[in-house]
Design a protein around this ligand. Structure first.
Ligand SMILES: [Cu+2]
Length: 432
């Protein structure tokens, strides 16, 4: 081989190495979901605008139901497959029962499928948002971060608190809440809910056309509020197996510092607690059980409050972090055959089940006219939703910062490229 050929080959080899080093896999095609407290003002307004735009785009099934409301209908529908909810505390009235293999079990909660179902659901909403603005990703609400509540409920973002109602607290204080009457998600600003998709879980009566919220007090000894206990959130990530993780993050069990498991019976925990906290106080002297005042605490209807997506992005982030820590793949899912239908690794998850199951009614409300059109071959099983990469997103907590070492290697690579180029230039003047 002639000297000049060797130089040219060296040049291309060095160039390929440099190009490989310059490639940053997590950021060129993967969008990053960020902690809500780290969003820029532009990112916040992009998110709000995209969410509100989905409320103005006609859905796939009926032009009278927006794309956004079709998402709300899916969550409502998933919870019509059983009438027993909130750990048996409430019963959903139902004139028409569900049919198909999914009948009898909540399609999206309380069992193993809770995490894959919501991962799929959130990703579909996120892709709809990206059809409005390709830069938008779902932010997450780290409920143990003391900065979150003020950022999220700022009137310029997802705020404000509801108003018009006062609740007396046992410590002598009062809590304000009620219908959201100002901010981006007030009726005055176009956030009008479909009454049939905004119902009280225990009675199926409508909660009306406005979002309802009660911002909780700050947490203090003896007072449930935000932030939630960081040590407990950290313990979720130590869960020894999938079921412990799912039940702990969802809020059915609590694992204490000594590894002892208890059921969350007296008050909800983690994900369930966040749903319940925006409901006003958890103390309700007049009636035992949940007070069910707010949109977010009436879980079937909870995606009416856009805070829902931030709450669930945090659940999904914790799952992704738990998986990243050596627990990826189907062996880190519920033991095969131990879950009810729809929640085992290879079961079809309604509504992506090829039409196998039909939801029941909410009281006398038939929710089917509000559901999106889903193609018969659009099938999703828990096994399809175990990894985040195929969905095209990653969490900021899982993106490796560029280390000094790799920057040094990049500089060295660029140096080698320059040297090879100079050498090639010099040699090319030599007589052949
Ligand atoms: Cu849910």
């Amino acid at each position: 081989m002639k000297y000049r050929q060797k130089i040219v080959i060296t040049f291309f080899v060095v160039m390929i190495i440099v190009m490989t080093m310059l490639k940053t896999p997590a950021t060129d095609t993967t969008l990053v979901r960020k902690n809500v407290v780290d969003l820029t003002a532009q990112e916040k307004s992009d998110f709000v605008n995209a969410v509100k735009t989905l409320k103005t785009i006609p859905g796939t099934n009926s032009k009278n139901v927006s794309l956004y409301d079709e998402f709300v209908a899916i969550h409502n529908g998933a919870m019509t497959f059983t009438t027993m909810h909130l750990g048996g505390l409430v019963t959903l009235p139902q004139d028409t029962p569900p049919t198909g293999p999914a009948a009898g079990i909540d399609a999206a909660h309380e069992h193993g499928g809770f995490l894959p179902w919501h991962r799929e659901y959130l990703s579909r909403l996120e892709k709809a948002l990206q059809s409005v603005n390709p830069k938008v990703t779902l932010p997450y609400w780290d409920w143990s971060d003391p900065r979150s509540v003020d950022v999220i409920f700022d009137p310029n973002f997802l705020g404000a608190n509801g108003s018009g109602d006062f609740i007396n607290l046992s410590n002598g204080g009062q809590l304000q809440g009620g219908r959201v009457q100002s901010g981006n998600f007030s009726e005055a600003n176009g956030w009008t809910l479909i009454p049939d998709l905004h119902t009280r879980i225990s009675t199926a009566e409508t909660l009306g056309t406005s979002l309802i919220r009660y911002l909780p007090p700050e947490s203090a000894p003896g007072v449930l509020g935000f932030p939630l206990d960081k040590a407990q959130t950290d313990r979720i990530l130590q869960s020894k197996d999938y079921k412990t993780f799912q039940l702990f993050v969802e809020g059915q069990i609590i694992v204490d510092a000594n590894g002892v498991e208890q059921r969350c019976e007296r008050e909800p925990c983690n994900h369930n607690l966040v749903h319940a906290l925006l409901d006003g106080t958890l103390e309700n002297p007049s009636a035992p059980g949940p007070s069910l005042r707010s949109s977010l605490n009436n879980v079937p209807a909870s995606p009416n409050d856009p805070v829902f997506w931030l709450l669930h992005a945090n659940v999904d982030r914790l799952w992704a972090e738990w998986q990243k820590n050596g627990r990826r793949g189907s062996e880190f899912y519920a033991v095969p055959g131990t879950e009810p239908y729809g929640h085992n690794l290879n079961d079809r998850m309604w509504p992506w089940d090829g039409g196998d199951s039909i939801p029941g009614s909410v009281g006398s409300i038939d929710i089917r006219p509000y559901l999106p059109v889903i193609a018969p071959d659009d099938i999703v099983r828990p096994i399809d939703a175990l990894g985040v990469r195929k969905y095209g997103y990653i969490y900021d907590t899982l993106v490796k910062p560029v280390s000094k070492t790799s920057s040094t290697f990049r500089l060295l690579g660029l140096g080698a490229l320059g040297a090879a180029f100079l050498l090639w230039r010099k040699r090319s003047y030599l007589p052949l």
